[in-house]
Write a protein that binds this ligand. Structure first.
Ligand SMILES: [Zn+2]
Length: 333
């Protein structure tokens, strides 16, 4: 049947076949400020950092320790100090050059074993006392290390001591939870090194965690250690959250989950997962992060896209604002 013509054009247009959207789009979708609680933007380019500003980033915490650094040698305390000092040196120029606020996370990542780690723990308080440092991170029990295994007992000690420092200095802890890549179709994974990741996966050691679900086991340990260390759950941010770990965290603790949405090609996490968790548990302890770093393919604009997607998935603007701005602001203050 011929549709009733709604357009004066000679040829039929889409207008004849579609209906007008009911609601006016809220202007806030394009202007909502957001805070990235976990990235490594000091390892990106100037243009990449400008993209943060262009897409509405108001504040970020750059983690001065992580996987972007690939040690093919025993890691000494001075190697980690170099990362911390380098990030500190980068901070002021970055703040002067861009229209977002930036601060640092300082921590000992257990993604690669560090020798004589006590030397680092001894000087860490001097770093945490700096105004530039707004978080301890990224830290967190890790199943599989790069190059050299770090046994679980030793990891627990390093993790607990850092969480104690976070409590002493009244800082939030940004905690890496091991990614679960089982259900993700990572491109070319069967052919060795992954093109999107400048890390030799062949050097990844066998996991030190004996559990069917490494992510769950590591996260449970992190939560337990935070309690032992006297760090309130409200200062605990569990990064790289997914739909499987969120229920454990949100049902059993008062900690936050933060979803890494800038490289779904590796983690398989998108705004759809964030929306599903908000629908089920509410927005009060949900956040998003980019975790973007110079070592892997990630997309800074993904954050703003995720805001659009959350809206399209039925999340109200005010709720999105809580997730992307109010929650991280509360944790960082
Ligand atoms: Zn990270």
């Amino acid at each position: 049947m011929e549709p009733e013509r709604a357009s004066p054009t000679k040829r039929p247009t889409d207008a004849d076949y579609t209906t007008e959207p009911d609601d006016e789009l809220p202007a806030e979708l394009t202007t909502l400020p957001w805070i990235d609680v976990h990235n490594h933007a000091h390892t990106l380019s100037w243009n990449d950092r400008e993209r943060f500003a262009l897409s509405g980033c108001h504040e970020m915490v750059m983690m001065a320790a992580a996987y972007y650094w690939t040690p093919y040698k025993p890691v000494a305390p001075e190697d980690v100090r170099y990362l911390w000092d380098d990030a500190l040196n980068r901070l002021d120029p970055i703040r002067r050059s861009h229209v977002f606020d930036a601060s640092l996370g300082i921590g000992i990542h257990t993604g690669a074993r560090v020798e004589n780690v006590e030397e680092l723990l001894d000087v860490m308080p001097d770093y945490l006392a700096l105004d530039a440092v707004q978080a301890v991170g990224e830290i967190g029990i890790t199943g599989s290390q790069h190059v050299s295994r770090w046994e679980l007992d030793a990891q627990r000690t390093v993790m607990r001591e850092q969480l104690e420092l976070a409590a002493d200095y009244d800082l939030p802890a940004v905690v890496h939870t091991p990614p679960n890549l089982d259900n993700v179709d990572v491109p070319y994974r069967e052919r060795g090194p992954i093109p999107g990741y400048e890390l030799n996966g062949d050097l990844q050691r066998e996991s030190v965690i004996e559990a069917a679900d490494t992510k769950r086991a590591a996260t449970e340990l992190d939560v337990e250690l935070a309690e032992e260390a006297g760090l309130p759950d409200e200062q605990l941010v569990l990064s790289h959250a997914d739909r499987d770990i969120a229920p454990f965290v949100l049902e059993n603790t008062d900690a936050y989950v933060s979803f890494t949405i800038s490289y779904p090609w590796l983690l398989g996490v998108t705004a759809r997962d964030v929306a599903a968790v908000i629908d089920e548990y509410g927005p009060e302890r949900v956040m998003m992060e980019t975790d973007s770093a110079g070592i892997l393919r990630s997309d800074v604009f993904s954050f703003r896209r995720a805001i659009f997607d959350l809206y399209r998935l039925g999340i109200e603007v005010e709720t999105i604002r809580e997730v992307v701005y109010e929650n991280p602001r509360r944790v960082l203050s």
